[in-house]
Design a binder for this molecule. Sequence first.
Ligand code: ADP
Ligand code: MG
Length: 333
Amino acid sequence: MSETRRVHAPGRVNLIGEHTDYTGGLVFPMAIDRGTTFTYTATADSIELTSGDVAGRVNIGVPFTGSAANVNPEWGTYVAAMAAELGVTTGLRGHLVSNIPAGAGLSSSAALECAVGLALGFDGTPLELAQAAQRAEHAATGVPTGIMDQLSIAAGVAGHATLIDCHSLEVTPHLIPDDIDIVVKFIVHRRLVGSAYADRVAECARAEADIGPLRLASPDDIVRVTDPIAQRRARHVVAENLRVIQFATELAAGNYVAAGQIMVDGHASLRDDFDTSTDEMDAAVSALNALPGVFGTRMTGGGFGGCIVAICEPGSVADGWVVKPSAGAHHIA
Ligand code: ADP
Ligand code: MG
């Protein structure tokens, strides 16, 4: 019998830098101590998987040559796309369990892709794993998502968040101080958002057609975006890139009130300019912001539901997950 092996891929929470990755901007996510663990044995010619969280059994042949997007159950699309992306010729049988909610902005899909990739024998760099997983996500979903989710999960560093330049793909670890809590609160599963996400990507591209790359634009350039919706989207992205730098600086200096205010500003920008929040998410953010000891809260992830994230004095939020900055996807010895 083949040996039983395990891999783990963390989820991630994005602290600031939302909807900036697909224009090559800046993001500040952190791999967390919740994620997806996959136990498996190698087999000859198929991939057979079950999940403790989602119904259905994935059973696909290898090498996988079909259309990943047509695989059933639906979560098998990510598995098939990753197998196709890596061109694997041997299979595995396994079971995965996760303690991040799927479809809630903590990147369960990227955790699934990275876990499957490692289990299927991927042995390149974290960046290469992230790029393969991003291509797999595109093949599986058809949604033109950026690199943040996969790269923050593949390249996570224990004790640190990662400032990622999504143009150069440089990943810079930033120490997370231990005198604050980072709290994640799951609010609601996201509604169907693939088309809205693709709309935002297109709207940003429209702004770039007027003023060039948003990652290089300044707030003064925004008035030259002719379409009013694209102008609001651009205003969010340009300000959000600046917020990433400011947030990293304030956090490192121990200025938690200022860092929290940047998160609050980021949320307002997602709500008013990027139109990815909802009344329910706004209410949850306001409620958390009103608690004593909370420095700042924002919606995290693609939007239209999902989770909120706060930084606060230790112990100030009782009903949320205090998440710890954790290592990236890895084999478990
Ligand atoms: P997010 O990545 O923010 O959690 P997505 O909509 O991108 O949300 O991905 C969620 C999808 O990923 C699920 O609908 C499911 O298809 C797949 N998935 C994630 N985690 C698991 C899991 N543990 N088991 C099976 N499928 C999973
Ligand atoms: Mg996802």
